[in-house]
Design a protein around this ligand. Structure first.
Ligand code: PFF
Ligand code: NA
Length: 455
């Protein structure tokens, strides 16, 4: 369409895949996936997660890219255009609004964890980890969490890096960075998996990840798996819509979405294979929570040959992966401020970035000074949750599935079959499969998991 020509398209299908992968692969894969798998008992949770990726995540990713491409504008404008063209109820716009609000809330704590990754670059580089026991490694981590000022420093640095890129509206550089960094991250993960094989507990790690024990799966765990499918694929936040709007017409949305989903899942499973053998070899607790990778990977780097170098590189790459994801979280919010409020890019970036940074301070404090503060603790659903836990839970387990549900309903029930068919350009068999899934399977699955947990 004319709009997309004016906005410029991705230089190639590869460029889109790289940008989308840059957004998808991040802390969600290497930090969050292992620790929620550990907390939820392993195999059965992983299985549910994989089903959620295939049956809910992938079809919704296709729908988001499709909406973005056929609207060929920012997510909010794309939705408005499609709504007006079809004469639909204006309330559908809230799909993109919830997404943007979720992106804003997520970025506030994502940046705090990104800061942990940055700080471990130095920890690894100085050789501090060499020969350390599990206990000593744990102390380094609790030392970081116990210091609000240190955390604030790293959070500030991370957010500044994100604002720098978004403020300048860079896209080309990002594509190039991802081309080099993603394969490198993959290789380093393979090296750590190689080390994990030498611990003598590799089999135990594999069994924990892939042998389902359904007695350890709870309904809350199913909701976490569903929410994480959205989180890890960057769905429900208008990000893929925004990226899709730059996608050229002759690229297959289905193939592209499959490539991105497979790469994202691959990185998560590799991270699991790297971490759990180390957990069992050192008698650590799989359900240790958000600190899991910072209590296990440093042990590997302290023991393997060239560990300081490999560890440094690993945390540099983790920082980059987090950075490209965080950029994609801030971008739609900034675009919205520019479009809606007519602010300049610089002012939008500073406005959104600094507000996010401020909110991040609440997450920092809930790791130490406010670790006993549970603002919504009177509701059983939020019992024992700190501000940090709440932000994570409300975004990943409530807002994202809700936004995803709306996307599925909008694509499946509001947009016309002809438009969908034209955009997806698949064989009629594949199209019917996707159409059935997006109309029935996805909304029903999300609604059931949701209702089961909330009431
Ligand atoms: N998908 C990213 C991850 O797995 O770390 C996190 C993320 C990025 C979520 C961008 C949402 C988003 F819009
Ligand atoms: Na991810």
């Amino acid at each position: 369409s004319e709009a997309s020509i004016k906005r410029g398209l991705w230089s190639s299908r590869m460029a889109f895949v790289l940008a989308a992968t840059g957004s998808a692969v991040g802390l969600g894969n290497i930090w969050k996936f292992p620790y929620i798998t550990g907390e939820n008992g392993g195999g059965a949770f992983v299985l549910v997660y994989l089903v959620c990726i295939a049956a809910v995540g992938l079809p919704i990713m296709m729908a988001e890219i499709l909406i973005g491409r056929s609207g060929a504008a920012s997510p909010l404008r794309s939705m408005r255009l499609l709504i007006e063209q079809g004469g639909h109820h204006p309330a559908w716009r809230f799909t993109a609004v919830i997404g943007m609000l979720a992106a804003f809330l997520i970025l506030s704590f994502y940046s705090v964890i990104g800061g942990w990754a940055v700080s471990y670059i130095g920890t690894a580089a100085t050789g501090e980890l060499v020969g350390k026991s599990a206990e000593a490694v744990g102390e380094i981590f609790s030392g970081l969490l116990g210091s609000p000022w240190l955390l604030l420093g790293w959070h500030t640095l991370f957010m500044a890096l994100v604002m720098f890129v978004v403020g300048r509206g860079l896209r080309g550089g990002l594509e190039r960075a991802v081309t080099i960094l993603m394969p490198a991250l993959f290789v380093l993960l393979l090296i750590v998996v190689g080390y994990a094989m030498t611990t003598g507990h590799f089999g135990e790690g594999v069994a924990f990840l892939f042998q389902p024990d359904f007695s350890r799966l709870t309904t809350a765990g199913v909701l976490v798996a569903l929410g994480h499918a959205f989180f890890t694929l960057s769905l429900g936040m208008a990000v893929m819509m925004a990226y899709g709007s730059y996608l050229s017409r002759n690229v297959s949305i289905a193939k592209t979405s499959i490539v991105v989903s497979v790469m994202d899942t691959g990185v998560a499973l590799l991270a699991g294979l790297a971490i759990f053998p180390i957990v069992f070899a050192n008698g650590l607790e799989p359900g240790a929570g958000p600190g899991l990778i910072f209590q296990t990977l440093p042990l590997a780097f302290g023991q393997m040959p060239w560990g300081s170098l490999i560890g440094t590189l690993f945390f540099v790459l983790l920082t980059f992966a987090a950075w490209t994801s965080a950029i994609s979280l801030l971008e739609p919010v900034v675009e919205w401020l520019e479009e809606k409020k007519g602010m300049s890019r610089t002012r939008s970036t500073v406005g959104a970035g600094v507000s996010c940074w401020l909110l991040g301070i609440a997450s920092i404090l809930s790791l130490n000074v406010w670790s006993d503060v549970t603002p919504l603790g009177m509701f059983s659903m939020f019992e024992g949750k700190t501000i940090f836990d709440l932000l994570d839970f409300v975004t990943a387990s409530i807002m994202l599935p809700l936004a995803g549900l709306l996307v599925a309903l909008f694509a499946g029930w509001v947009m016309t079959r002809e438009t969908l068919q034209k955009e997806l350009a698949m064989s009629s068999g594949s199209f019917s499969l996707w159409y059935g899934v997006i109309r029935y399977v996805t909304p029903i699955a999300v609604a059931v998991v949701f209702i089961y947990n909330l009431f």
